[in-house]
Design a protein around this ligand. Sequence first.
Ligand code: AMP
Length: 121
Amino acid sequence: MYDQNNVFAKILRGEIPCKKVHENEHALAFHDVNPQMPVHVLVIPKGPYTNLEEFNAGASLEEMGGFMKAVAESAKIAGVEDSGYRLVANNGADAHQEVPHFHVHIFGGRPIMGRMIKKTE
Ligand code: AMP
């Protein structure tokens, strides 16, 4: 069940400010409040989707397209289109998703990100 009081829902309702990067009909992008990289932007759909499963089940193709367009456009506006960037979506408990509103992180602005997640057993 979607939590209407999560922090991104409050941002969408204008109850909490954000440093907006980009917005379209279906998505909003803003700077992460605790950046992990020189460029750290979050892109969220405007609809009430907790995770990718809910987004997949409930979003129209137009919403999905609008969301992906916002990701690409936000990377361009943030200045990392040419240098490259990493997209991360923490989805669910094992991924340590903290905010229960589906979102994609755009990380960039520094070449030393490492190749991928380290293997730990
Ligand atoms: P995740 O673990 O993928 O759910 O990450 C949630 C992200 O939201 C974290 O990187 C937080 O720093 C970020 N965050 C939490 N509250 C805010 C806020 N009010 N404005 C911008 N970013 C936020």
